[in-house]
Design a protein around this ligand. Sequence first.
Ligand code: URC
Length: 308
Amino acid sequence: MANQLDGFKFEQRHGKDRVRVTRVWRSYADGNHYMVEWNVSISLLSDCLNAYDRDDNSDIVATDTMKNTVYVKAKECSEPHSAENFAILLAKHFTSFYKQVTTAIIKIVEKPWERVSIDGQLHTHGFKLGSEKHTTEVIVEKSGSLQLTSGIKGLSVLKTTKSGFEGFIRDKYTVLPETRERMLATEVTASWRYSYKSVSSVPQNPLYFAEKYLDVKKVLTSTFFGHPKEGVYSASVQSTLFHIAKAVLNRFPEISSVELKMPNIHFLPVNISNKNDTIVKFNDDVYLPTDEPHGSIEATLSRFWSKM
Ligand SMILES: O=c1[nH]c(=O)c2[nH]c(=O)[nH]c2[nH]1
């Protein structure tokens, strides 16, 4: 929202970043405890220009109040909620409770606490930390219009074969050999946009998007790895990325676009020799793991027409 201020174009927003909250739901009918740990960031677009140019704070929602609201709303959630549903609930609150607030942008990163299993039995109240994180970003306007994206970050995946890279440009700067046999490793960051356009059109089940997240993650990983025995050949990170993005859009009609960031994390062949001898000769067995530099491969795949 751009405004005129003293003859200049002015855009502003304010909020509270990194509000940490854990919510536990005890004594459920199934005897299990449920818990989430969220890192919530709030940003509000609101009519509070007088705070900037007149030292008048009467239209300011204090960021301390925003922080408190996270805890109040967490308390009010009487049953487990997905990060998306909680973000929508918060955004709806800010845009409807304050006449000044026109748009609320809520981001949540969920820590991957997973129920432990002891001797094959799921624990009722024991959790351990996993690796990849579930993320969401929700933008709600006063009218109820909605933009909803979910995502995953830190999903590290690797396969020891069924990957190659051939046929690329060769010139006087090129030394990389062509290969049909290499390791493929990446740390996937993905975000996908749902086509729900208003808060009223979102499925009511408060765990709906938590289940979707797991479904998308399954499609993502199974496309990366292929069949458990045969695998699937990857001609490049680019090709694998595109297959993943296409699989997500083909499988989920309610998703309108998917953005993938897949750094190519290199495992370098180890060859060591001195003047006389080869001490280590690479035979697809000993590698030097690296984290930098890494290739950076990113793309977004979208439908031309949303199905909803
Ligand atoms: O899958 C790959 N894509 C590239 O663009 C690239 N560039 C490179 O040096 N190795 C690779 N591998």
